[in-house]
Design a protein around this ligand. Structure first.
Ligand SMILES: NC(=O)c1ccc[n+]([C@@H]2O[C@H](COP(=O)([O-])OP(=O)(O)OC[C@H]3O[C@@H](n4cnc5c(N)ncnc54)[C@H](OP(=O)(O)O)[C@@H]3O)[C@@H](O)[C@H]2O)c1
Length: 257
């Protein structure tokens, strides 16, 4: 029986991974900050899917907490077979804002923690000759919408580097690049969504099912849905100046209020 550790497994895309992996019989380790929500999510999943669910209360913006999660990943007595590095949030602050701490915090959670946890899981899984690492990136990483795009471009590039390093190890490494998904993400980051066309919204459960199909095919970059595959093909082939101009339009359309 497999065990999956999911960061940010209490909401949105992470909760969809928790449901999908529990439905196939995996035991879970859920990591997030809010104890009540962790306990509630664990109880719901245990009752619905009859799998074991462990919770780890950790703030992945905190290095010591992140190291504690890494130690759980390297346990040989209770091995982790699947790591989903999913915890994250929108960064809507201008790069030139006087206070750069929101950016630093975002990079701690979405870059530093991804690095530390991927390294721990990659090392331990490759010693066993099997395992799966999924890093939740974003299609935002293919455009130029502020520091969030830069962070997610790093996640995708880092994941490709890890896939190269672990190529013959038996460990599957995948960067999931979602488009817009209906979760708590936009409200938490105060991002206006009224101008986003309905056709561009993805459902979290469908997104995760498509990602797990890509993982089974050992795809390194997973971009679920035909429309986002097409959009990202265009984004990767137009001149960078055109991409920046389109990104500027998209950014202005996302402003709240
Ligand atoms: N929604 C989208 O449109 C979209 C598109 C592309 C990519 N993504 C990416 O998908 C991932 C999940 O986002 P989502 O849309 O599912 O957001 P969400 O519904 O807001 O869920 C975020 C999850 O991350 C946890 N989390 C946040 N900060 C954390 C921290 N410092 N330490 C530990 N856990 C933390 C939250 O739990 P606690 O608050 O309890 O900690 C929650 O479980 C993110 O990496 C995001 O960048 C989202």
């Amino acid at each position: 029986m497999a065990t999956a550790l999911i960061t940010g497994g209490t909401s949105g895309i992470g909760a969809a991974f928790a449901r999908a992996l529990a439905a196939r019989g995996d035991d879970l380790v859920l990591v997030a900050r809010k104890p009540d929500r962790l306990a509630q999510t664990a109880a719901e999943i245990q009752e619905r899917y009859a799998v074991a669910v462990e919770v780890v209360i950790a703030d992945l913006g905190d290095r010591a907490d992140t190291i504690r999660v890494a130690e759980r990943l390297t346990s040989t007595e209770r091995p982790i077979d699947v790591l989903v590095n999913n915890a994250g949030f929108g960064v809507h602050t201008k790069i030139t804002a006087a206070d750069t701490t929101p950016h630093e915090h975002a990079m701690d959670v979405m870059c530093r923690a991804v690095l530390i946890l991927s390294a721990a899981a990659g090392r331990t899984m490759s010693e066993r000759g099997a395992g799966t690492i999924i890093n939740v990136s974003s299609t935002a990483g293919f455009v130029t919408m502020g520091n969030y795009s830069a962070i997610k471009a790093w996640v995708t590039s880092f994941t490709e580097g890890l896939a190269v390093e672990l190529a013959s190890s038996g460990v599957t490494v995948t960067a999931l690049c979602p488009g817009w998904v209906r979760t708590e993400f936009h409200e938490r980051a105060n991002i206006g969504v009224s101008k986003i066309p309905d056709a561009l919204w993805l459902d979290a459960d469908e997104l995760v099912a498509a990602c797990l199909d890509d993982v089974a095919r050992r795809k390194v970059i997973s971009i679920p849905s035909a429309r986002y595959k097409l959009l990202m093909f265009v984004a990767r082939h137009v001149p960078r100046a055109t991409l920046r101009a389109a990104s500027a339009k998209l950014s202005s359309g996302r402003r709240s209020g």
